[in-house]
Design a protein around this ligand. Sequence first.
Ligand SMILES: [Mn+2]
Length: 350
Amino acid sequence: MSISSHNSTEQIDPALLAQAMALIGPARRIALLAHEHPDGDCLGSVLGFAHILRQVGKTCVAACADPAPRSFSFLPGIEALSNTLGDEDFDLVIALDAGEFSRYGALYTQHRAYLDAATILNIDHHISSEGCGQVNIIDPTSAATAELLVLFQSQAQLPLTKDAATCLLTGIITDTASFQYSSTTARTLEAGAQLVQAGAVPETIVRPVFRVQPLAQVRLRSKVVDRIRTSAGGLLIWSYSDDEVLAETGATPDMDDNISGMLRDIEGVKIAAFFKNYGRPEITWLSLRTAEPYNAATICQRYGGGGHARAAGATIRMPMDKAMAMVVAELEQEIEKAGAGFYGRDTEHQ
Ligand SMILES: [Mn+2]
């Protein structure tokens, strides 16, 4: 079975694939980097690609600056995920699911001199990606980095094991919310089919990732729902979580996953912003979800962040109250500029 394009985009450019394989071919020890604040796509991509490369004799270390959320503990190989590049003894570094070194967090800050000089292959699907490698395979039409890796595996005729397939399907399923988002193309589904063919079982991914949640997480969500505020007649919605919420609910920071998605799905909302501030009072994380015509990536880039048109994020070096006031005011202006009708702050919700 081959992956050909129907209504989606083509294969990976064969010349680019050849350049990437020219880096992989002679490499014996390979480090695979996942971005900080890891999600299912970067984790599934580094672990899945490591499984594939081990099949062809490579020694692989999968690394991420932050620990993986507990819901991903089913991923084959996750127990060996490293939070450092150790002795930096690698012939090749493969950076996955982010196109800027800064997104790799402490892996970059603690190994900056090494990574600045290392041979890097970068594979990513973010529209704002600049590419941080000598060879960059960046395809924003891909629903997930894992989808690109399925193309890569297929076109380069690398072996696909059940463990690799489970990891890569996790990447696709998490970045598309089980094929729900508009980023899902025929090619995404074909990549999924190929992974199921290789032994991956969707239920074993969907249940831990989307259905099962700890009670503390449900309580955290309830607190965040209590703090919801709206503006512009409900076109704009925002809420926040902080150390106080964690203390009251017993939740851990990773349990706020996809709260911005929940806010976006509230009827009438065009822009949803979720702010969080844990442990470091001077830093606020923003997660933004938008509907047409608002571009989340463009907005987040103003704060040094990035992402996709409908989903993006930024790390803002300000305390929560200041960051929230600044971003909310800017989002209100966006709505006013778009001529959607601005009705002022919705006092009834405060
Ligand atoms: Mn991704």
